[in-house]
Design a protein around this ligand. Structure first.
Ligand SMILES: Nc1nc2c(c(=O)[nH]1)N[C@H]1C(S)=C(S)[C@@H](COP(=O)(O)OP(=O)(O)OC[C@H]3O[C@@H](n4cnc5c(=O)[nH]c(N)nc54)[C@H](O)[C@@H]3O)O[C@H]1N2
Ligand SMILES: Nc1nc2c(c(=O)[nH]1)N[C@H]1C(S)=C(S)[C@@H](COP(=O)(O)OP(=O)(O)OC[C@H]3O[C@@H](n4cnc5c(=O)[nH]c(N)nc54)[C@H](O)[C@@H]3O)O[C@H]1N2
Ligand code: SF4
Ligand SMILES: [Mo]
Length: 688
């Protein structure tokens, strides 16, 4: 409603507050929130910020709906029902915090390692993420959490190849003549990159998508290479084979800026297109023509995303692909090279934010978040130490997002586990809380953000006061620290001070305050003359560090733990990529977005469906030895033969039988980075 239309004029004129999108998305948009009389009216993209370009995805365009959602948690609550039942009674903040601090202190007196933080990227903010929380758990001496659930295989691969999580500046993709969109459904999960790719396309660039699923992005590219999951390294090596035999290598760049080429060349020559085609489940001719495009089109750029690294050989796959631009010298041009993540460019002062020095010489054990199911069920032992007795969950929904959820649920259902969940909504995990504490959203708190998709730092100002009695994560940890008697001055820092500490003097904070974002000074073509952030300064095809750790020093095809076609009991490979209108399990409860996604679906090709007597829309059981998931089938060419796509990540409680895809995924790990293998999962499907 326009203010002039109101019967009684509002007290204040609308104003605009600049912020940052908090979500785990490479785009990290600059937000403009319109506020009137303390109420957020709408959230829009900042037109002054290049990477945002004034547009937001459909999800965050609904951020106001999410913020004022009728089911938003507004007061602290204490469990009254059984674990998982989700029945609570209201309790005051003081009563909740006193009791939580008392329970944690009693456990810590025996062994603080029995306490575990569990958090991920509900917000990517450096302040509401691991700043005050890190200080609190370090001071306590709690178990450390290995935060590996998303990107650590690819990250380790980049570190071992390029020397860091670095790559092309995203804006120059507009000038590329060939773009390989490799393991990324950009339209869904990297929309602002897709805009740039469209610009390149208009200027004549060819777009190729490499993905087992015929995704929204694949169908809009000129070509789709629909390989089997977990076979990307074989494809990359065969491309290299063709680059070598056709003389499309840049020998000058190879000699001056790479190491290990002789050995990698040898290996690539063992990967003929025919051999790779058999592994990848595609035609050798398609590999040959892709190699010709990649070898002869300049500048050529690769946009990898994380799809390819959620399998056993994910680290090797990313390494193999990351070698390609150095083989052709694509890095020479600012529109050539590759981009998986830019996060390594950001000079974040994590020691200042998280204060590991508060451990004061103690070395607590580390728990891998991917294996939270097994870890919660593990008894005390001399090797493991104490059983986990308390979990503090914030910025994450492990019951929905962690693999093998049958075990995760059993773990969180333990009567002797004390669970605190800090949340905006009553998620699947919240249902298992002993205390459920209402958290602020991005419109209600300060934060500061790096990103993994562009190269700007963003500042997020609060636009409105906390809704209900919600509190910031930092506030809760400050309050708990006070009750635990932690007297170090760092527990007094307010959120604005934490924003300043995140980068110290390494960014122009004045500029950040003035315009909401500040660009890092990165050369347009960062590796045109080599200068990779490895020890040798070269792109390391051969990684001495990997070789020392007993791994293959060269990238290779590492088969899936559960390769497609390897089991007669479970003949289908299931991948479970994110849905376009959700952000992992966030937004599943926003009705307007859920209406677009409809309901949990399993995509299956016509042949695989017919072979099982399954029709479109039929309810099916998807199952393996780890469990069972009931949902409807969509018969569609988006799925290739032998592969089904279980779109994620629905809340379990909204599923037909109270489970989601992660009932089926395994807790095994990748070759590098101790990461999950969500897309390395065999199943079968039957009519329910
Ligand atoms: N809308 C939306 N955006 C998101 C998210 C979301 O949930 N929804 N999640 C955010 C997060 S946390 C992350 S980490 C990023 C994820 O970003 P990405 O990992 O890029 O996720 P997707 O864009 O779905 O791309 C994954 C693609 O990889 C494909 N894929 C699966 N297995 C393989 C394989 O073995 N090889 C190849 N080549 N491709 C494979 C899938 O079919 C899918 O299309 O996106 C972020 N953005
Ligand atoms: N099968 C399958 N499983 C997957 C994936 C997949 O592709 N397939 N993707 C994986 C990936 S890439 C990732 S990153 C993980 C994501 O896993 P999570 O990081 O757990 O992400 P979300 O499911 O979005 O849950 C984040 C929660 O944090 C809450 N939150 C947001 N902001 C705040 C805040 O300021 N304070 C507090 N206290 N809470 C807040 C939100 O309400 C939300 O419920 O899931 C993984 N799981
Ligand atoms: S989720 Fe991604 S595309 Fe959407 S507003 Fe946030 S950063 Fe931008
Ligand atoms: Mo992620």
């Amino acid at each position: 409603m326009h203010p002039m239309d109101a019967l009684s004029a509002p007290a204040t004129a609308p104003r605009q507050v600049r912020g940052a999108c908090p979500h785990d998305c490479p785009d990290t948009c600059s937000l403009v929130t319109t506020v009137q009389d303390g109420v957020a009216l709408r959230v829009q993209g900042n037109a002054d910020h290049g990477p945002t370009g004034g547009v937001l995805c459909n999800k965050v365009s609904h951020y106001v709906e999410r913020t004022y959602h009728p089911e938003r948690l507004l007061q602290p609550m204490r469990r009254v029902g059984a674990k998982g039942e989700g029945r609570f009674e209201p309790v005051s903040w003081d009563a909740a915090l006193d009791d939580i601090a008392g329970r944690l202190a009693a456990i810590a007196a025996r062994d603080p390692q029995a306490i575990l933080p569990y958090s991920y990227c509900g917000t990517m903010g450096l302040v509401q993420g691991e700043s005050m929380a890190g200080r609190f758990f370090h001071k306590l001496g709690a178990s450390l959490l290995d935060r590996t659930i998303c990107a650590s295989a690819g990250a380790e691969a980049l570190v071992q190849t390029l020397g860091g999580k670095v790559g092309m500046k995203v804006e120059f993709f507009t000038e590329s003549r060939l773009i390989l969109v490799w393991g990324s459904n950009s339209i869904a999960s990297n929309l602002h990159f897709w805009r740039l790719a469209q610009e390149a396309k208009r200027q004549g660039a060819k777009l190729v998508c490499i993905d087992p699923r015929r995704s929204e992005t694949a169908e809009k590219c000129h070509e789709h290479v629909q390989l089997l999951p977990g076979t990307d390294a074989a494809l990359a090596l065969a491309l290299m084979h063709e680059l070598v035999v056709n003389g499309w290598t840049d020998e000058d760049y190879l000699a001056r800026h790479t190491s290990g080429w002789d050995a990698l060349r040898e290996r690539a020559l063992r990967w003929s297109p025919e051999r790779a085609a058999a592994v990848c489940g595609i035609e050798a001719a398609q590999i040959r023509s892709l190699a010709r495009d990649y070898g002869t089109t300049k500048p050529a750029a690769i946009r990898l995303n994380y799809g390819m690294q959620r399998v056993h050989g994910g680290g090797n796959a990313v390494r193999a692909v990351a070698c390609l631009p150095a083989v052709t010298g694509a890095w020479r041009h600012r529109a050539g090279g590759m981009l998986l993540s830019t996060s390594g460019y950001f000079p974040v002062d994590r020691a200042a934010l998280q204060r590991p020095d508060l451990l004061a010489g103690r070395t607590p054990r580390t728990i891998n978040m991917v294996q939270i199911g097994d870890e919660l069920l593990r008894p005390a032992s001399p090797e493991f130490g104490p059983a986990i007795e308390a979990v503090i969950v914030y910025n994450s929904n492990p019951v929905a997002v962690a693999p093998e959820s049958g075990k995760v649920v059993r773990g969180f259902a333990r009567e002797d586990l004390f669970t605190v969940v800090m949340e905006q909504f009553r998620t699947d995990t919240a249902d298992y809380a002993d205390y459920l504490l209402p958290a602020t959203t991005q419109l209600e708190h300060w934060d500061i953000h790096g990103t993994y998709g562009h190269t700007d730092v963003l500042l997020n100002r609060p636009a409105i006061a906390p809704v209900g009695a919600s509190r910031t994560n930092t506030d809760v940890f400050r309050a708990l620290a006070a009750r635990m008697g932690f007297r170090d001055p760092c527990f007094q820092d307010d959120d604005f001070a934490l924003c300043r500490q995140a980068f110290g003097d390494r960014i122009d904070f004045g500029l950040l305050e003035a315009q909401g974002f500040a660009s890092l000074p990165i050369p347009d073509a960062p590796f045109a003359e080599g200068g990779f952030p490895t020890a040798s300064g070269r792109c390391e095809f051969f990684s001495a560090a990997l070789a020392r750790s007993g791994q293959d020093g060269l990238p290779d095809h590492v088969p899936n733990h559960e390769p497609a076609g390897s089991s007669t009991r479970y003949p289908l490979a299931m991948i479970s990529p994110p849905a376009r209108n959700f952000l992992n399990s966030t937004f599943v409860n926003v009705q307007s977005l859920r209406d677009i996604e409809g309901e949990p679906l399993l995509e299956m090709c016509a042949a695989d469906a017919a072979a099982r007597g399954i029709g479109d829309g039929q309810v099916v059981r998807v199952f393996n030895d780890r469990g069972e998931y009931v949902c409807k089938v969509k018969v569609t060419p988006r799925a290739r033969p032998g592969v089904v796509n279980g779109l994620g990540i629905w809340w379990r409680k909204l599923g037909l039988a109270g489970t989601n895809v992660n009932q089926l995924t395994s807790q095994r790990l990748t070759d590098m980075g101790r990461a999950p293998v969500f897309y390395d999962c065999l199943v079968d499907v039957q009519p329910a």
